[in-house]
Design a protein around this ligand. Sequence first.
Ligand code: FES
Length: 77
Amino acid sequence: FLPKKKKQKDSLINLKIQKENPKVVNEIDIEDLKSTNACYCRCWRSKTFPVCDKSHIKHNELTGDNVGPLILKKKVL
Ligand code: FES
């Protein structure tokens, strides 16, 4: 049986991004997307957060996890 604080620390998803903020929120205007595809990090390991830098590949290899980015696709009109 682990003390409550230890259990909470072990369940952290965000290890180091904007830890000074009580909540990390990112807002992106669809109109500002420059290319037709934009990849956003969902593993919280990207060095360019909130943009995916493929750090999820190493995270998945090390942990056996299966996380990947959110890919937004914009139709070219
Ligand atoms: Fe986090 Fe790709 S780096 S999902």
